[in-house]
Design a protein. Structure first.
Length: 119
């Protein structure tokens, strides 16, 4: 059987580093920074890491809200979604993640479009 995405990414430590970097990028990305101003970034990093680990096949439990609830009322745009995915691509590449895995993560993030946009 093929290794899970979690295993191929290098497990919790690498995923935590990716999420940490991606959220730091969100915080200075002109397209996203206003959304994260005043938010508890350390808490979002913990939840984001849990979400990513659990969703890629890791043993972690995600303790945050579901995607529709977490993004309800934000009226987020497609441009913001692409900006968020771009930050993850940059963070994955900075961690040396291979193109096959980067492509898988992009597809998974895109699949949340219906839950995070304009709800
Ligand atoms: C690519 C799909 C996305 C995923 C998988 C995702 C994932 C998450 C997760 C796991 C949380 C924490 C949930 C919680 O607080 O309980 C969260 C919160 C948040 N997300 Fe996203 N997100 C996505 C897209 C976006 C976009 C496009 C924006 C920009 C508008 C955004 C802005 C936020 C903000 C501002 C919060 C904090 C909400 C709060 O605490 O009030 N997210 N997201």
């Amino acid at each position: 059987m093929t290794d899970s995405l979690y295993q191929r990414l290098g497990g919790a430590q690498r995923i935590e580093a990716v999420v940490d970097d991606a959220l730091d990028r969100h915080a200075v990305n002109p397209l996203l920074a206003p959304r994260f101003r005043g938010k508890d970034l350390p808490r979002l990093k913990v939840l984001g890491t849990q979400f990513f680990c659990a969703g890629s096949g890791g043993p972690q439990k995600y303790e945050g809200r579901d995607m529709r609830t977490a993004h309800a009322g934000m009226n987020a745009s497609e441009q913001e979604l692409i900006a968020a995915i771009d930050d993850f691509v940059a963070a994955l590449q900075a961690q040396g993640v291979g193109q096959t895995e980067v492509n898988e993560v992009v597809a998974i993030l895109y699949s949340f479009k219906g839950d995070v946009l304009r709800t």
